[in-house]
Every structure is written in structure tokens, then in C-alpha cells.
Design a protein around this ligand. Structure first.
Ligand code: PAF
Length: 279
């Protein structure tokens, strides 16, 4: 496994490989890897000759009062894990390597970036789109892999790729959950044992909503019941909404195809989760 800290040598290595006809998959991450990331890596491994994983905690996608400084990091353990998975290349640039001077150019996906999480994390998706564009330009992958846990991010990046004509196929992968059904996230490491028990109510409610939809009950009031129960359990919701799976527009019923997206706080930890019901 090759580890690159700078863009120039990574580009040179990938150019040589591409000239031999090799296909490239990129798995962008912020590190502190878990089984969710590994599922993306395995998907990538199965569909391209070269798998590149980027590890970069991107400062411009964090708001001023967010957890940039305490975001969990463990590069040694990440590299060991990726090596075991047969990853070819890890790109772990410093902030100075990615943003050598003041960044004046940003990528925005209007409307989609302002909904849901965008209302509570202004500038977040602009930061994501900008860094992903930079990674796309540096790596020039054929495939880019993203998890469905960050569903809004996935929809936004799909639109960005379409609107800006990136010759890249976005490959989504389903949410990976722990045995107790908590959706895997690097931020789960912030939860105390008691908070984790509370957090389990999130997947419990989402699965309950999914069951109702699958039984043919599309009444939007179902969400109100879930909101009430989650609040009783001590979860402070940013939102629990039913949206269209392709453009995130709010729905007035739960008829499939539908994405039910949730963001909420357990203590000081913000968690997101979702269920998708296809028609
Ligand atoms: O999903 C993430 O981990 C990040 O938002 C991403 C896509 C790596 C961009 O920093």
C-alpha cells in the first residue's frame, strides 16, 4: 500500500497507472474508519484496479462551533485497517497541502444544500462539495464511493457531478449498523454508554416508520408520533422528515419511493440516520 501526503506525487503515480489502462476508485473519508467505510472500500475493491482512500478532516465543512478540533483521528489504526483490505493508495494530505492559500473558489449546489442539515449547518455542504471537487481533480477517479447514511450529501454530490459534467460514477453503499442497529459513524465514539442506549431509539423509530410504510400506511402523521416518542426519550431533534429520494423535496405523505431522514442530538452528540423505501 502506498501512502501519499502530497498531491504532486499522488498525481504522478495515478497518471502512470491510468496510462496502463487501470481503473480508479476513490473512497473519500475523514478517517477514524469503521465498518461502514470498510464496506465502501470492499465495493471499490470489487470494481476497479486501483483503490484510493483519502483521509482528510476537511476544516471548511465544519461550522465555527462544531467539533473540528475534537473530531476523532487515528491515522496509524486507519492505515493498518486499509492495508489489510488490500487498498492500493491512501492520500492523507495536511490542511496546508489541500488549502495552501486562502480558498476563494467554492462549489455550491443551490437549494439542495440549504435543506435539512443545511439549515442547521450553514456552509457545510459547500465545504463538502468544494473538497470533493478538489479530490476529484487530484485523483480523477472513474468511480467515487459514498455511504447512504449521509443521504443528503449523496444526493448533493450526484447533482454536482451531473451539473459540472464530472466523468465520474457515484457509487452509493447502504448504511452499516452495529449489532444493536445504531448506524455506524465516527461520531458514535463521543457517546457515553447511557447516551448510546438513548441513541438506539433513533433506529428503533425509523424501523417502526419503515414497517408502517411497508404495511401500506402512508399517513404523514406517523412522523409526528415518532417525533413525540423521540423527544420523550431525550433526543432533541433537528428534523425528522419525509422527502423525495431524488431531489429531497418534502413530501406530504409517506408513499414510496420515500426517504425518511433524521438528525438529532443525544447530549452534545449530533447523529443522523435514515431509511429509504423504494416503490
Ligand atoms: O462523508 C464524509 O466523510 C465527508 O463529508 C467527505 C465526503 C469525506 C468530505 O470531506
Amino acid at each position: 500500500m502506498r501512502v501519499f501526503f502530497d498531491k504532486k506525487s499522488l498525481r504522478k503515480f495515478l497518471e502512470e497507472n491510468r496510462s496502463l489502462g487501470k481503473t480508479v476508485s476513490l473512497v473519500p473519508t475523514m478517517g477514524f474508519l469503521h465498518k461502514g467505510h470498510i464496506s465502501l472500500v470492499r465495493r471499490a475493491r470489487g470494481m476497479s484496479s486501483i483503490v484510493v482512500v483519502s483521509i482528510f478532516v476537511n476544516p471548511i465543512q465544519f461550522g465555527p462551533n462544531e467539533d473540528l478540533d475534537r473530531y476523532p483521528r487515528d491515522l496509524g489504526s486507519d492505515l493498518r485497517l486499509l492495508d489489510k483490505e488490500g487498498v492500493d493508495v491512501v492520500f492523507c494530505p495536511t490542511v496546508e497541502e489541500m488549502y495552501p492559500e486562502e480558498q476563494l473558489c467554492f462549489v455550491e449546489v443551490k437549494e439542495l444544500q440549504d435543506r435539512l442539515c443545511g439549515l442547521f449547518r450553514p456552509g457545510h455542504f459547500r465545504g463538502v462539495c468544494t473538497v470533493v471537487t478538489k479530490l476529484f481533480n487530484i485523483v480523477q477517479p472513474d468511480f467515487a464511493h459514498f455511504g447512504e447514511k449521509d443521504y443528503q450529501q449523496l444526493v448533493i454530490l450526484r447533482k454536482m457531478v451531473k451539473d459540472l459534467d464530472f466523468p465520474i460514477k457515484i457509487v452509493p453503499s447502504p448504511i452499516v449498523r452495529d449489532a444493536d442497529n445504531l448506524a455506524l459513524s465516527s461520531r458514535n465514539s463521543y457517546l457515553t454508554a447511557d447516551e448510546r442506549k438513548i441513541a438506539l431509539n433513533i433506529s428503533k423509530e425509523l424501523f417502526w416508520i419503515k414497517e408502517k410504510i411497508e404495511e401500506g400506511n402512508y399517513d404523514i402523521k406517523i412522523l409526528e408520533e415518532s417525533r413525540g416518542r423521540l423527544q420523550e426519550k431525550g433526543i432533541k431533534l433537528d428534523y425528522l422528515k419525509a422527502v423525495s429520494t431524488d431531489n429531497l423535496e418534502e413530501k406530504t405523505d409517506l408513499a414510496p419511493p420515500v426517504a425518511v431522514l433524521l438528525a438529532g442530538w443525544v447530549g452534545k452528540v449530533r447523529l443522523i440516520d435514515n431509511i429509504i423505501v423504494e416503490s
